[in-house]
Design a binder for this molecule. Structure first.
Ligand code: NAI
Ligand code: MG
Length: 337
């Protein structure tokens, strides 16, 4: 069966890293069919809206999308397109692996292998209740966590632990202060953990987690947490292993999944051809796994590691002088079946 994938090239460095990623996927000869759809600033210019219905229809039909970063204009009342996409398809699990890679100029080129499982649809990212006083003297926002939403993300993390042969799930919270919203999450996590006696479970308060991650990241295996904490912790994990150019993110729901890089559209380096394509490539590897191409995903990851090991055409964020495309070509040269 031919697998069709919705491809969203996105804004800023988006088209550059997507070209690089598709170049590598094509070299793997997987028989994937790409259906291009627009979102972000480019869609606003072409179609007059940031997230056209045709794009939602394409993702709904194919159930799998590979997406470059999107720029949401600040001001003008636009709500984040990424948040809209996650909400529309109920992509409740955001899975962000941070694994040590060789030659990254980071503090931890070995020993880190952490998957952050971030709740992706509720928490501080709830659409409701954003209010600022007319005179700007106060602002209020609502954080809403549900029992059902908390249970399903924690269950996802434990199921992932079993599937991926992981040993431990750390539940990260701030229930000592945020007694209601973090409390409901922690209580749900404690109950769900009882269903998985084979997986070790511990609890950690988010501020201590940040310190522990920087000091002793090797103690972590899978982290499960609420939306905002997951956003922050996964960027911290990116910093441990060499930066945002190396962390992918899968947004997974019951009926659809969107695979991307964790980073944004990087306007400071857009158009220069120097963005690191690895994060999106690793997102493509997550996508291959999701559609059942497990061996192919492993082959793609191995080619990325081998290229890093050889310091072949690395981009400037990794200390090299390569370009997005020369790096991709070096990886493509190592993925042939
Ligand atoms: P950013 O992730 O775009 O950039 C942060 C820093 O990391 C910059 O110095 C950038 O040059 C660097 N960087 C990011 N990706 C890189 C790569 N592949 N290779 C080398 N260096 C890389 O974050 P920022 O500047 O806060 O956001 C820029 C725009 O991206 C905003 O409009 C934001 O809304 C959007 N954004 C979109 C996301 C998505 O579509 N999933 C996620 C995060 C931000
Ligand atoms: Mg983020």
């Amino acid at each position: 069966m031919t697998q069709t994938i919705t491809v969203i090239r996105g804004d800023g460095i988006g088209p550059e890293i997507m070209d690089a990623t598709l170049h590598v996927l094509d070299a793997m000869k997987l028989g994937l069919v790409y259906e291009e759809a627009d979102a972000g600033l480019v869609a606003l210019e072409k179609h007059g809206e940031l997230l056209p219905q045709a794009t939602l229809d394409s993702i709904g039909r194919n159930k799998v999308a590979l997406k470059s970063p999107l720029t949401t204009p600040v001001g003008g009342g636009f709500s984040s397109i990424n948040v809209q996409l996650r909400r529309h398809f109920d992509l409740y699990a955001n899975v962000r692996p941070a694994t040590s890679f060789p030659n990254t100029r980071s503090r931890f080129t070995e020993g880190v292998d952490i998957i952050t499982v971030r709740e992706n649809t509720e928490g501080a990212y709830t659409a409701e209740g954003q209010e600022t006083a007319p005179d700007g003297s106060w602002a209020v926002s609502i954080t809403r966590n549900t029992r059902k939403g908390s249970e399903r993300i924690v269950r996802y993390a434990f199921d992932l632990a079993r599937k991926a042969g992981r040993k431990k799930v750390t539940v990260v919270h701030k229930a000592n202060i945020l007694k209601s919203t973090s409390g409901i999450f922690l209580n749900a996590a404690r109950d769900v953990a009882k269903e998985y006696p084979d997986i070790e479970c511990n609890e950690m308060i988010v501020d201590n987690t940040c310190m522990q991650l920087v000091m002793r990241p090797e103690q972590f295996d899978i982290i499960v947490t609420t939306n905002l904490f997951g956003d922050i912790i996964s960027d911290l994990c990116a910093g441990l292993i060499g930066g945002l150019g190396l962390i992918p993110g899968a947004n997974i729901g019951k009926d659809a999944a969107i695979f991307e890089a964790v980073h944004g559209s990087a306007p400071d380096i857009a158009g220069k051809g120097v963005a690191n394509p690895c994060a999106l490539l690793l997102g493509a590897a997550q996508m291959l796994e999701h559609i059942g191409m497990v061996d192919e995903a492993a082959r793609l990851r191995a080619a990325i590691v081998a290229t890093l090991e050889a310091k072949d055409s690395l981009t400037p964020d990794l200390g090299g002088t390569g370009t997005t495309m020369s790096f991709a070509k070096a990886i493509a040269g190592r993925v042939a079946a």
